[in-house]
Design a protein around this ligand. Structure first.
Ligand code: ZN
Length: 301
């Protein structure tokens, strides 16, 4: 079995960075753990939100493009990103967010939209993880991800890929198949929603750009990479993202997967007490600092 233990982060596209930061830190109560730029396009922020430390399995990240066109939801993308909340806290969240309840696999979840039409849900879990208590108290705070759904025309090949990655098929209900990684980090669940007649998604504001799975370190990432290459997947070499190392590959259903290391973490260039406060640039973009500080829209906390 491959050393993958659940999700690491989910990365999406947004429009306004201030609206994005306010939604995730104030409404959803996550901690902004990093304010940096897209390493491949440094004119754009890369904002990270999660628990206190930005633990793998809790980290929602965004590339905000102020003038981006809205995406169109469809197949070939991550559908709903689902956060875990404590037992008994759903009522609190129903009062706090505009959403609607839905049930699958015997679980009730609160579905709600992010500022750009991003699709999210909250579900109560028995979860030992601690949430960040910024604007939400410990009895109600988001613990991290519970998982995500993939919306696909044909879920077969992606299901087999998940099995290869160590996930086990747990249940099916209608057009949904639930996969779960044993001994995971809490962000353990992937639901495949099969929609044969549905149009492909068009990426834009509110779309998930990619979904990242967690592996402990560079040695285990290398093991995953070799196993994928041996099976015929086209996988990138490891890329240094400063806070983790990343490999990427495109899945049969069209979703971009990443496998990211849990090391070195978000406190490598900022103290734990001040995570997410300063504009952090990777070494290669440090010469652009003056221009970027002028170009990037300031974000107020
Ligand atoms: Zn990523």
């Amino acid at each position: 079995m491959l050393p993958i233990n659940g999700l690491h982060h989910v990365t999406s596209l947004a429009s306004d960075p201030q609206v994005n930061s306010d939604f995730f830190t104030k409404a959803l109560g996550l901690r902004r753990v990093k304010k940096t730029v897209n390493f491949d396009a440094p004119d754009v922020y890369h904002l990270y939100y999660g628990d206190a430390a930005g633990t793998p399995g809790s980290v929602m990240t965004y590339f905000p493009f102020p003038h981006i066109a809205k995406g169109r939801h469809g197949t070939g993308e991550v559908g709903e990103t689902v956060f875990a909340i404590p037992r008994g806290s759903l009522g609190f969240w129903k009062d706090r967010l505009v959403g609607e309840e839905a049930t699958s696999f015997g679980e009730t979840r609160l579905r709600f939209a992010g500022p750009d039409g991003d699709q999210f849900a909250l579900v109560e879990t028995d979860d030992a993880r601690e949430g960040w208590t910024g604007t939400v108290d410990a009895d109600h705070a988001v613990r991290g991800f519970r998982g995500a759904s993939l919306r696909l025309r044909d879920g077969g090949a992606t299901g087999e890929l998940l099995r290869f990655m160590g996930y086990e098929q747990e249940a099916t209900e209608g057009n949904l198949t639930r996969w779960r990684v044993p001994n995971g980090n809490g962000a353990d669940v992937i639901d495949i929603e099969t929609l044969p007649g549905t149009e492909s998604a068009r990426q834009g504001g509110g779309s998930v750009h990619h979904i990242a799975f967690s592996t402990p370190d560079r040695a285990s990432q290398d093991e995953v990479r070799r196993a994928l290459l041996d099976t015929g997947w086209q996988v990138t070499p490891p890329i240094d993202r400063d806070y983790f190392w990343a490999i990427y590959f495109r899945t049969p259903g069209g979703v971009l997967f990443e496998v990211a290391t849990a090391e070195p973490g978000f406190d490598r260039d900022e103290s734990f007490a001040h995570l997410g406060e300063g504009l952090k640039l990777p070494t290669q973009h440090e010469p652009l600092r003056a221009r970027l500080e002028q170009h990037l829209q300031p974000i107020e906390d």
